[in-house]
Design a protein around this ligand. Structure first.
Ligand code: PHE
Length: 459
Protein backbone atom coordinates (compact mmCIF):
# COMPACT_ATOMS: atom_id res chain seq x y z
CA UNK A 1 0.00 0.00 0.00
CA UNK A 2 1.04 3.59 -0.47
CA UNK A 3 2.40 5.29 2.56
CA UNK A 4 1.56 8.94 3.17
CA UNK A 5 4.93 9.92 1.78
CA UNK A 6 4.40 7.94 -1.41
CA UNK A 7 1.57 10.17 -2.58
CA UNK A 8 1.43 13.68 -4.02
CA UNK A 9 0.40 15.93 -1.14
CA UNK A 10 -1.93 18.16 -3.18
CA UNK A 11 -4.22 17.89 -6.20
CA UNK A 12 -2.19 20.69 -7.79
CA UNK A 13 1.02 18.78 -7.15
CA UNK A 14 -0.37 15.82 -9.09
CA UNK A 15 -1.27 17.96 -12.13
CA UNK A 16 2.06 19.75 -12.06
CA UNK A 17 4.04 16.55 -11.73
CA UNK A 18 2.18 15.00 -14.68
CA UNK A 19 2.59 18.25 -16.63
CA UNK A 20 6.25 18.26 -15.62
CA UNK A 21 6.65 14.83 -17.15
CA UNK A 22 4.77 15.83 -20.29
CA UNK A 23 6.37 19.23 -20.89
CA UNK A 24 10.02 18.87 -21.73
CA UNK A 25 12.44 18.57 -24.58
CA UNK A 26 9.68 16.79 -26.47
CA UNK A 27 7.93 20.14 -26.77
CA UNK A 28 10.83 22.50 -27.12
CA UNK A 29 13.31 20.34 -29.02
CA UNK A 30 11.57 17.30 -30.59
CA UNK A 31 8.39 19.11 -31.72
CA UNK A 32 10.18 21.74 -33.84
CA UNK A 33 12.60 19.11 -35.19
CA UNK A 34 9.74 16.81 -36.25
CA UNK A 35 7.60 19.67 -37.55
CA UNK A 36 10.53 20.89 -39.63
CA UNK A 37 11.27 17.41 -40.99
CA UNK A 38 7.62 16.67 -41.82
CA UNK A 39 6.63 19.80 -43.66
CA UNK A 40 5.07 22.13 -41.06
CA UNK A 41 1.40 23.00 -40.66
CA UNK A 42 -0.19 19.81 -42.05
CA UNK A 43 1.94 17.76 -39.64
CA UNK A 44 0.80 19.97 -36.76
CA UNK A 45 -2.87 19.45 -37.61
CA UNK A 46 -2.47 15.67 -37.61
CA UNK A 47 -0.47 15.90 -34.39
CA UNK A 48 -3.23 17.86 -32.64
CA UNK A 49 -5.80 15.34 -33.89
CA UNK A 50 -3.67 12.49 -32.50
CA UNK A 51 -3.43 14.33 -29.19
CA UNK A 52 -7.21 14.63 -28.90
CA UNK A 53 -8.23 11.21 -30.19
CA UNK A 54 -5.39 9.11 -28.86
CA UNK A 55 -3.14 11.02 -26.46
CA UNK A 56 -5.69 12.39 -23.99
CA UNK A 57 -7.79 9.18 -23.73
CA UNK A 58 -4.65 7.09 -23.22
CA UNK A 59 -3.45 9.52 -20.57
CA UNK A 60 -6.74 9.17 -18.69
CA UNK A 61 -6.46 5.39 -19.11
CA UNK A 62 -3.01 5.42 -17.50
CA UNK A 63 -4.25 7.65 -14.69
CA UNK A 64 -7.18 5.32 -14.00
CA UNK A 65 -5.06 2.16 -13.92
CA UNK A 66 -2.36 3.71 -11.74
CA UNK A 67 -4.62 5.41 -9.23
CA UNK A 68 -6.85 2.37 -8.86
CA UNK A 69 -3.82 0.25 -7.96
CA UNK A 70 -2.28 2.88 -5.73
CA UNK A 71 0.88 0.95 -5.06
CA UNK A 72 2.99 0.06 -8.11
CA UNK A 73 2.32 -0.55 -11.78
CA UNK A 74 2.27 -4.40 -11.96
CA UNK A 75 -0.03 -4.50 -8.92
CA UNK A 76 -2.17 -1.78 -10.52
CA UNK A 77 -2.77 -3.93 -13.60
CA UNK A 78 -3.55 -6.95 -11.46
CA UNK A 79 -5.99 -5.01 -9.25
CA UNK A 80 -7.72 -3.32 -12.17
CA UNK A 81 -8.26 -6.65 -13.94
CA UNK A 82 -10.09 -7.90 -10.86
CA UNK A 83 -7.19 -9.84 -9.39
CA UNK A 84 -5.97 -11.70 -12.49
CA UNK A 85 -2.24 -12.19 -11.92
CA UNK A 86 -1.72 -12.73 -15.67
CA UNK A 87 -1.96 -8.97 -16.30
CA UNK A 88 1.00 -8.11 -14.10
CA UNK A 89 3.39 -8.42 -17.07
CA UNK A 90 1.98 -5.17 -18.50
CA UNK A 91 3.65 -3.49 -15.55
CA UNK A 92 7.01 -4.45 -17.02
CA UNK A 93 6.54 -2.12 -20.01
CA UNK A 94 7.51 0.98 -17.98
CA UNK A 95 10.51 -0.77 -16.45
CA UNK A 96 12.12 -1.57 -19.80
CA UNK A 97 11.01 1.68 -21.46
CA UNK A 98 12.38 3.75 -18.62
CA UNK A 99 15.92 2.62 -19.45
CA UNK A 100 15.50 3.13 -23.19
CA UNK A 101 13.94 6.56 -23.10
CA UNK A 102 16.17 8.08 -20.42
CA UNK A 103 19.33 6.87 -22.16
CA UNK A 104 18.83 8.97 -25.26
CA UNK A 105 16.79 11.78 -23.69
CA UNK A 106 19.63 12.45 -21.28
CA UNK A 107 21.96 13.11 -24.22
CA UNK A 108 19.87 16.06 -25.39
CA UNK A 109 19.20 17.13 -21.79
CA UNK A 110 22.99 17.10 -21.35
CA UNK A 111 23.35 19.43 -24.34
CA UNK A 112 20.98 21.88 -22.65
CA UNK A 113 23.01 21.68 -19.46
CA UNK A 114 26.17 22.46 -21.43
CA UNK A 115 24.46 25.41 -23.14
CA UNK A 116 23.42 26.71 -19.71
CA UNK A 117 27.04 26.53 -18.64
CA UNK A 118 28.11 28.36 -21.80
CA UNK A 119 25.44 31.01 -21.19
CA UNK A 120 26.72 31.41 -17.62
CA UNK A 121 30.25 32.04 -18.90
CA UNK A 122 28.87 34.50 -21.46
CA UNK A 123 30.00 32.15 -24.21
CA UNK A 124 27.37 33.32 -26.72
CA UNK A 125 28.12 37.02 -26.85
CA UNK A 126 29.14 38.43 -30.21
CA UNK A 127 28.81 35.12 -32.06
CA UNK A 128 27.44 34.94 -35.60
CA UNK A 129 24.71 32.44 -36.61
CA UNK A 130 27.33 30.48 -38.56
CA UNK A 131 29.52 30.22 -35.48
CA UNK A 132 26.59 28.82 -33.52
CA UNK A 133 26.12 26.18 -36.23
CA UNK A 134 29.74 25.05 -36.25
CA UNK A 135 30.05 25.22 -32.46
CA UNK A 136 27.11 22.90 -32.03
CA UNK A 137 28.45 20.44 -34.61
CA UNK A 138 31.87 20.39 -32.93
CA UNK A 139 30.44 19.96 -29.45
CA UNK A 140 27.86 17.27 -30.21
CA UNK A 141 30.30 15.12 -32.20
CA UNK A 142 32.99 15.17 -29.50
CA UNK A 143 33.53 11.81 -27.79
CA UNK A 144 33.93 13.10 -24.24
CA UNK A 145 32.25 16.47 -23.61
CA UNK A 146 28.61 15.55 -24.35
CA UNK A 147 29.09 12.26 -22.48
CA UNK A 148 30.19 14.24 -19.43
CA UNK A 149 27.10 16.49 -19.57
CA UNK A 150 24.80 13.52 -20.17
CA UNK A 151 26.26 11.78 -17.12
CA UNK A 152 25.79 14.90 -15.02
CA UNK A 153 22.15 15.14 -16.11
CA UNK A 154 21.45 11.54 -15.12
CA UNK A 155 23.20 12.11 -11.79
CA UNK A 156 21.03 15.17 -11.06
CA UNK A 157 17.90 13.24 -12.00
CA UNK A 158 18.99 10.41 -9.77
CA UNK A 159 19.46 12.79 -6.83
CA UNK A 160 15.90 14.13 -7.13
CA UNK A 161 14.33 10.68 -7.54
CA UNK A 162 16.27 9.42 -4.54
CA UNK A 163 14.68 12.21 -2.45
CA UNK A 164 11.25 10.68 -3.03
CA UNK A 165 7.81 11.65 -4.25
CA UNK A 166 6.92 14.72 -2.19
CA UNK A 167 10.29 16.24 -1.44
CA UNK A 168 11.78 15.51 -4.85
CA UNK A 169 9.23 15.16 -7.63
CA UNK A 170 6.35 17.30 -6.35
CA UNK A 171 8.38 20.17 -4.96
CA UNK A 172 10.62 20.31 -8.04
CA UNK A 173 7.65 20.49 -10.43
CA UNK A 174 5.85 23.15 -8.41
CA UNK A 175 8.79 25.52 -8.63
CA UNK A 176 9.96 24.82 -12.14
CA UNK A 177 6.79 24.61 -14.22
CA UNK A 178 5.29 28.10 -13.64
CA UNK A 179 8.65 29.76 -14.30
CA UNK A 180 8.98 27.88 -17.55
CA UNK A 181 5.63 29.16 -18.87
CA UNK A 182 6.52 32.72 -18.07
CA UNK A 183 9.77 32.49 -19.95
CA UNK A 184 8.31 30.85 -22.96
CA UNK A 185 5.84 33.71 -23.33
CA UNK A 186 8.61 36.30 -23.16
CA UNK A 187 10.55 34.40 -25.78
CA UNK A 188 7.62 34.19 -28.19
CA UNK A 189 7.49 37.98 -28.05
CA UNK A 190 11.22 38.25 -28.79
CA UNK A 191 11.10 35.81 -31.66
CA UNK A 192 8.10 37.38 -33.35
CA UNK A 193 9.92 40.69 -33.45
CA UNK A 194 12.75 39.27 -35.58
CA UNK A 195 13.06 40.09 -39.30
CA UNK A 196 11.22 37.62 -41.59
CA UNK A 197 9.18 36.26 -38.66
CA UNK A 198 6.13 36.05 -40.94
CA UNK A 199 7.82 33.30 -43.01
CA UNK A 200 8.08 31.18 -39.87
CA UNK A 201 4.41 31.78 -39.11
CA UNK A 202 3.46 30.69 -42.63
CA UNK A 203 5.47 27.50 -42.25
CA UNK A 204 3.69 26.79 -38.98
CA UNK A 205 0.15 27.66 -39.92
CA UNK A 206 -0.34 27.24 -43.70
CA UNK A 207 -0.89 23.53 -44.30
CA UNK A 208 0.32 21.83 -47.47
CA UNK A 209 -1.44 18.48 -47.52
CA UNK A 210 0.51 17.27 -50.54
CA UNK A 211 3.39 16.60 -48.14
CA UNK A 212 1.33 14.17 -46.01
CA UNK A 213 2.18 10.49 -46.37
CA UNK A 214 2.14 7.43 -44.10
CA UNK A 215 5.39 8.26 -42.42
CA UNK A 216 4.25 11.82 -41.65
CA UNK A 217 1.17 10.37 -39.92
CA UNK A 218 3.29 7.86 -37.97
CA UNK A 219 5.63 10.68 -36.93
CA UNK A 220 2.71 12.88 -35.83
CA UNK A 221 1.30 10.05 -33.75
CA UNK A 222 4.75 9.33 -32.28
CA UNK A 223 5.19 13.00 -31.42
CA UNK A 224 1.78 13.18 -29.74
CA UNK A 225 2.60 10.13 -27.59
CA UNK A 226 6.12 11.28 -26.78
CA UNK A 227 5.05 14.78 -25.90
CA UNK A 228 2.31 13.61 -23.54
CA UNK A 229 4.52 10.84 -22.08
CA UNK A 230 1.75 8.31 -22.75
CA UNK A 231 1.91 4.63 -23.68
CA UNK A 232 5.00 3.76 -21.65
CA UNK A 233 3.29 3.56 -18.29
CA UNK A 234 5.08 6.64 -17.04
CA UNK A 235 1.89 8.45 -16.08
CA UNK A 236 0.56 5.19 -14.71
CA UNK A 237 3.54 5.20 -12.34
CA UNK A 238 2.78 8.78 -11.25
CA UNK A 239 -0.94 8.08 -10.91
CA UNK A 240 -0.12 5.46 -8.28
CA UNK A 241 0.77 8.50 -6.13
CA UNK A 242 -2.43 10.49 -6.92
CA UNK A 243 -4.91 11.28 -4.16
CA UNK A 244 -8.40 9.78 -4.32
CA UNK A 245 -10.06 13.17 -4.92
CA UNK A 246 -8.14 14.01 -8.11
CA UNK A 247 -10.51 14.39 -11.12
CA UNK A 248 -8.68 12.20 -13.61
CA UNK A 249 -10.48 13.36 -16.76
CA UNK A 250 -10.17 17.03 -15.91
CA UNK A 251 -6.50 16.63 -15.08
CA UNK A 252 -5.86 14.70 -18.29
CA UNK A 253 -7.38 17.54 -20.30
CA UNK A 254 -5.46 20.19 -18.34
CA UNK A 255 -2.13 18.42 -18.79
CA UNK A 256 -2.75 17.89 -22.51
CA UNK A 257 -3.76 21.54 -23.00
CA UNK A 258 -0.67 22.80 -21.19
CA UNK A 259 1.52 20.45 -23.19
CA UNK A 260 0.04 21.40 -26.58
CA UNK A 261 0.31 25.10 -25.78
CA UNK A 262 3.96 24.79 -24.83
CA UNK A 263 4.69 22.85 -28.04
CA UNK A 264 2.93 25.42 -30.22
CA UNK A 265 4.64 28.29 -28.41
CA UNK A 266 7.98 26.57 -28.95
CA UNK A 267 7.16 26.46 -32.64
CA UNK A 268 6.40 30.19 -32.44
CA UNK A 269 9.84 30.71 -30.91
CA UNK A 270 11.89 28.51 -33.21
CA UNK A 271 10.46 28.96 -36.73
CA UNK A 272 10.38 32.77 -36.92
CA UNK A 273 13.97 32.57 -35.63
CA UNK A 274 14.95 30.03 -38.30
CA UNK A 275 13.84 32.35 -41.08
CA UNK A 276 15.76 35.24 -39.63
CA UNK A 277 19.06 33.37 -39.95
CA UNK A 278 20.34 33.33 -43.52
CA UNK A 279 21.10 29.81 -44.73
CA UNK A 280 19.29 27.93 -41.95
CA UNK A 281 16.47 25.61 -43.02
CA UNK A 282 13.46 24.51 -40.91
CA UNK A 283 14.45 20.86 -41.48
CA UNK A 284 17.95 21.31 -40.02
CA UNK A 285 17.28 18.45 -37.53
CA UNK A 286 18.31 18.06 -33.89
CA UNK A 287 20.62 21.07 -34.00
CA UNK A 288 17.74 23.45 -34.78
CA UNK A 289 17.02 24.60 -31.24
CA UNK A 290 20.67 24.85 -30.28
CA UNK A 291 21.49 27.08 -33.20
CA UNK A 292 18.40 29.26 -33.32
CA UNK A 293 17.85 29.97 -29.64
CA UNK A 294 21.18 31.49 -28.65
CA UNK A 295 20.98 33.47 -31.84
CA UNK A 296 17.56 34.96 -31.00
CA UNK A 297 18.93 36.60 -27.89
CA UNK A 298 21.98 37.96 -29.66
CA UNK A 299 19.84 39.48 -32.40
CA UNK A 300 17.07 40.92 -30.22
CA UNK A 301 19.33 42.34 -27.54
CA UNK A 302 22.33 42.97 -29.78
CA UNK A 303 22.82 46.50 -28.43
CA UNK A 304 22.27 45.48 -24.79
CA UNK A 305 24.67 42.64 -23.99
CA UNK A 306 23.58 42.48 -20.34
CA UNK A 307 20.03 41.67 -21.33
CA UNK A 308 21.21 39.12 -23.90
CA UNK A 309 23.25 37.49 -21.13
CA UNK A 310 20.42 37.40 -18.58
CA UNK A 311 17.83 36.10 -21.02
CA UNK A 312 20.10 33.41 -22.48
CA UNK A 313 21.05 32.16 -19.06
CA UNK A 314 17.53 32.10 -17.68
CA UNK A 315 16.12 30.43 -20.74
CA UNK A 316 18.64 27.63 -20.75
CA UNK A 317 18.19 27.15 -17.04
CA UNK A 318 14.50 26.69 -17.57
CA UNK A 319 15.07 24.33 -20.46
CA UNK A 320 17.21 22.25 -18.14
CA UNK A 321 14.42 22.27 -15.57
CA UNK A 322 11.84 21.20 -18.16
CA UNK A 323 14.15 18.40 -19.23
CA UNK A 324 14.73 17.39 -15.61
CA UNK A 325 11.04 17.19 -14.68
CA UNK A 326 10.65 14.79 -17.62
CA UNK A 327 13.80 12.77 -17.02
CA UNK A 328 12.76 12.37 -13.37
CA UNK A 329 9.55 10.69 -14.54
CA UNK A 330 11.55 8.39 -16.82
CA UNK A 331 13.91 7.30 -14.08
CA UNK A 332 11.00 6.91 -11.67
CA UNK A 333 9.34 4.38 -14.03
CA UNK A 334 12.15 1.87 -13.69
CA UNK A 335 13.37 2.79 -10.22
CA UNK A 336 9.87 2.52 -8.70
CA UNK A 337 9.70 -1.07 -9.88
CA UNK A 338 12.97 -2.05 -8.21
CA UNK A 339 12.02 -0.10 -5.11
CA UNK A 340 8.50 -1.43 -4.66
CA UNK A 341 8.59 -4.87 -6.23
CA UNK A 342 12.10 -5.96 -5.43
CA UNK A 343 12.18 -4.08 -2.11
CA UNK A 344 15.38 -2.22 -2.93
CA UNK A 345 15.94 1.03 -1.00
CA UNK A 346 14.82 3.97 -3.19
CA UNK A 347 18.28 5.58 -3.49
CA UNK A 348 19.89 2.27 -4.46
CA UNK A 349 17.21 1.61 -7.09
CA UNK A 350 17.73 5.09 -8.53
CA UNK A 351 21.51 4.66 -8.68
CA UNK A 352 21.27 1.25 -10.31
CA UNK A 353 19.00 2.48 -13.12
CA UNK A 354 21.12 5.61 -13.55
CA UNK A 355 24.36 3.69 -14.05
CA UNK A 356 22.84 1.54 -16.80
CA UNK A 357 21.37 4.65 -18.46
CA UNK A 358 24.73 6.41 -18.34
CA UNK A 359 26.29 3.51 -20.21
CA UNK A 360 23.57 3.28 -22.86
CA UNK A 361 23.52 7.09 -23.04
CA UNK A 362 27.22 7.09 -23.93
CA UNK A 363 26.49 4.97 -27.03
CA UNK A 364 23.63 7.30 -27.95
CA UNK A 365 25.88 10.32 -27.56
CA UNK A 366 28.53 8.82 -29.82
CA UNK A 367 25.87 8.49 -32.54
CA UNK A 368 26.59 12.15 -33.29
CA UNK A 369 30.32 11.53 -33.65
CA UNK A 370 32.54 8.45 -33.70
CA UNK A 371 29.63 6.00 -33.94
CA UNK A 372 27.63 7.87 -36.58
CA UNK A 373 28.13 5.01 -39.00
CA UNK A 374 27.37 2.20 -36.53
CA UNK A 375 23.87 1.30 -37.63
CA UNK A 376 21.22 -1.25 -36.68
CA UNK A 377 18.28 -1.51 -39.12
CA UNK A 378 19.75 1.50 -40.87
CA UNK A 379 19.57 3.71 -37.77
CA UNK A 380 22.29 4.87 -35.41
CA UNK A 381 21.91 4.09 -31.71
CA UNK A 382 20.25 7.43 -30.84
CA UNK A 383 17.76 7.29 -33.72
CA UNK A 384 17.05 3.62 -33.03
CA UNK A 385 16.15 4.31 -29.39
CA UNK A 386 13.99 7.26 -30.43
CA UNK A 387 12.25 5.17 -33.09
CA UNK A 388 11.68 2.25 -30.71
CA UNK A 389 10.25 4.47 -27.98
CA UNK A 390 8.14 7.01 -29.86
CA UNK A 391 7.04 5.12 -32.94
CA UNK A 392 6.79 1.62 -31.59
CA UNK A 393 6.55 1.01 -27.82
CA UNK A 394 4.43 4.09 -27.04
CA UNK A 395 1.68 3.48 -29.63
CA UNK A 396 1.62 -0.29 -29.01
CA UNK A 397 1.68 0.22 -25.21
CA UNK A 398 -1.13 2.77 -25.54
CA UNK A 399 -3.17 0.42 -27.69
CA UNK A 400 -2.74 -2.46 -25.21
CA UNK A 401 -3.80 -0.26 -22.31
CA UNK A 402 -6.93 0.85 -24.18
CA UNK A 403 -7.83 -2.74 -25.01
CA UNK A 404 -7.21 -3.71 -21.38
CA UNK A 405 -9.38 -0.97 -19.93
CA UNK A 406 -12.00 -1.02 -22.67
CA UNK A 407 -12.51 -4.77 -23.00
CA UNK A 408 -11.01 -6.61 -20.03
CA UNK A 409 -11.79 -4.43 -17.03
CA UNK A 410 -15.28 -4.46 -15.51
CA UNK A 411 -17.13 -1.33 -16.64
CA UNK A 412 -18.35 -0.57 -13.11
CA UNK A 413 -14.77 -0.46 -11.84
CA UNK A 414 -13.75 1.93 -14.60
CA UNK A 415 -16.75 4.19 -14.12
CA UNK A 416 -16.21 4.29 -10.35
CA UNK A 417 -12.56 5.23 -10.84
CA UNK A 418 -13.29 8.04 -13.28
CA UNK A 419 -16.21 9.49 -11.34
CA UNK A 420 -14.45 9.11 -7.98
CA UNK A 421 -17.00 6.61 -6.78
CA UNK A 422 -19.95 8.45 -8.36
CA UNK A 423 -19.18 11.84 -6.77
CA UNK A 424 -18.16 13.52 -10.06
CA UNK A 425 -20.40 14.11 -13.07
CA UNK A 426 -17.76 13.37 -15.73
CA UNK A 427 -19.89 14.34 -18.77
CA UNK A 428 -17.24 13.02 -21.17
CA UNK A 429 -17.21 9.52 -19.74
CA UNK A 430 -19.27 7.86 -22.52
CA UNK A 431 -17.23 9.50 -25.28
CA UNK A 432 -14.04 8.45 -23.50
CA UNK A 433 -15.15 4.83 -23.22
CA UNK A 434 -16.18 4.72 -26.87
CA UNK A 435 -12.76 6.05 -27.90
CA UNK A 436 -10.75 3.57 -25.85
CA UNK A 437 -12.87 0.63 -26.98
CA UNK A 438 -13.03 1.38 -30.70
CA UNK A 439 -11.41 4.53 -32.03
CA UNK A 440 -7.97 4.48 -30.41
CA UNK A 441 -7.11 0.78 -30.99
CA UNK A 442 -8.41 0.94 -34.56
CA UNK A 443 -6.56 4.16 -35.44
CA UNK A 444 -3.27 2.87 -34.03
CA UNK A 445 -3.72 -0.45 -35.84
CA UNK A 446 -4.47 1.30 -39.14
CA UNK A 447 -1.48 3.61 -38.87
CA UNK A 448 0.81 0.63 -38.26
CA UNK A 449 -0.81 -1.51 -40.95
CA UNK A 450 -0.34 1.33 -43.40
CA UNK A 451 3.29 1.71 -42.43
CA UNK A 452 3.84 -2.02 -42.96
CA UNK A 453 2.47 -1.60 -46.47
CA UNK A 454 -0.81 -3.48 -45.95
CA UNK A 455 -2.72 -0.76 -47.82
CA UNK A 456 -1.86 0.77 -51.12
CA UNK A 457 -2.43 4.39 -50.07
CA UNK A 458 -0.51 7.09 -48.24
CA UNK A 459 2.94 5.76 -49.02
N1 PHE B 1 6.97 14.05 -22.59
C1 PHE B 1 8.35 14.29 -22.37
C2 PHE B 1 8.78 15.50 -23.17
O1 PHE B 1 8.00 16.06 -23.88
C3 PHE B 1 9.20 13.10 -22.69
C4 PHE B 1 8.81 11.83 -22.01
C5 PHE B 1 8.59 10.69 -22.74
C6 PHE B 1 8.70 11.76 -20.63
C7 PHE B 1 8.25 9.51 -22.14
C8 PHE B 1 8.37 10.56 -20.01
C9 PHE B 1 8.13 9.44 -20.77
O2 PHE B 1 9.87 15.90 -23.12
Amino acid sequence: MSTSKNIFASKMGAVLAAAGSAVGLGNVWRFPTETGANGGAAFILIYVLCMLLLGVPIMVTEFAIGRHGGSDVPTAFEKMSGGKKGWRWMGLIPVVSGFLVLSYYAVVAGWTLYYTYEALLDGFSGKTPQEFTTDFATFSSDSLQPVFWMTLTVALTCGIVALGVQKGIERGSKIMMPLLFLFILVLVGCSLSLPNAHLGLEFLFRPDFSKVNGSVILSAMGQAFFSLSVGLGCLCTYACYFRRDVDLMKDGLSVASIDTLVALFSGLIIFPAVYSIPGLQPDAGPSLVFVTLPNVFQQVFGGMPVLAYIFSLMFYLLLVMAALTSSISMLEMSAAYFHTNLRMPRPLAAVLVSVVCMLLGTFCSWSFGDWAEVKIFGLNCFDLFDFLVAKFIMPIGGMLMCIFLGWVVDEQVLRAELTNGGTLRSPLYSAYRFIIRYIAPLCIFLIFANELGLFGFLK
